[in-house]
Design a protein around this ligand. Structure first.
Ligand code: SAM
Length: 259
């Protein structure tokens, strides 16, 4: 799960960038704040107070941006440089699991499903998709950034139960839109968790995924009664409207909140 923007703001201003005024100490600030924070914000603050070790960086293809891979204690996080908040943390992943579970539960035959997932992140949605399908299923994962695949082959893999080692998982280093466009009526479900909602965050070009044309392409790539599921931190009225007016018109929408 990604932190809500207010929690990220607290974290950024108090724990990372700004120097502490008048020799104040983090432990004092944490003691003051903790009783007033939600458990999620509290654990985010606690994590930040531990040492924050940069393990690796990766260029995001085509936009010159950068991903940073951090370790704090026994937790890991991935951040997009210049964007407030984390793209992913191993600390909490209930919503990533729910993305697969909720989508696959709506299929008539989930056990034999062919699923397209974009992107890999920390592998939690992939692990959940494997858990909710059967031995004949196939989960194709498109990951834009090659280093993310490498991090999953390294320290991240064990955190999600090494889902990439499952023979049903087929990982491709590719823009998920490329795979969507190549396929006609080939997937039972398409799960998109590439950004923090239906707008380009990892790369601006991801806006294409959530546009009218992107939705038409996703619809064409799905088999009859297929399911498109999009991860988002927030309700997005324009996107919901595009869904309702486009190829998915008449389909049934579901909004789930993993709060
Ligand atoms: C929020 S993380 C996904 C988290 C994942 N659901 C999990 O369970 O860990 C987003 C991932 O999507 C990848 N990504 C972003 N845009 C993409 C695209 N157009 N095609 C494929 N992967 C993309 C990012 O590099 C990142 O690894």
């Amino acid at each position: 799960m990604r932190l809500s923007s207010w929690a990220s703001h607290i974290r950024r201003t108090l724990l990372l960038e700004d120097p502490l005024p008048n020799g104040a100490e983090w432990s004092g600030i944490f003691a003051d704040l903790a009783p007033r924070l939600t458990p999620i914000a509290c654990s985010a603050l606690a994590m930040r107070m531990r040492s924050n070790k940069l393990l690796d960086t990766a260029q995001i293809p085509d936009n010159g941006g950068e991903l940073r891979f951090y370790q704090r204690g026994d937790e890991y996080s991935i951040e997009v440089v210049g964007i407030s908040g984390e793209l992913m943390t191993t600390a909490i992943h209930g919503s990533e699991d729910a993305l697969a579970e909720l989508a696959l539960r709506r299929l008539k035959q989930p056990l034999t499903a062919r699923v397209l997932l974009g992107g890999l992140g920390m592998g939690f949605t992939l692990a959940a998709a494997l858990k909710h399908t059967g031995p004949k299923a196939e989960i194709v994962v498109a990951e834009l950034v090659p280093e993310v695949v490498k991090w999953n082959q390294g320290p991240l893999g064990a955190r999600a139960g090494d889902p990439m080692r499952d023979p049903r998982a087929v990982v491709r280093v590719s823009d998920v839109l490329e795979l969507i466009r190549k396929e006609k009526a080939g997937y039972d479900a398409i799960l998109l968790d590439t950004d923090n909602g239906p707008e380009g965050l990892t790369q601006p070009a991801n806006n294409r995924l959530y546009s009218h044309r992107g939705l038409h392409a996703a619809f064409a790539a799905l088999r009859p009664h297929g399911v498109l599921a999009v991860w988002s931190t927030h309700p997005d009225a324009p996107f919901t409207k595009r869904l309702g007016h486009g190829a998915f018109q008449g389909g049934r929408g579901l909004r789930a909140c993993a709060c």
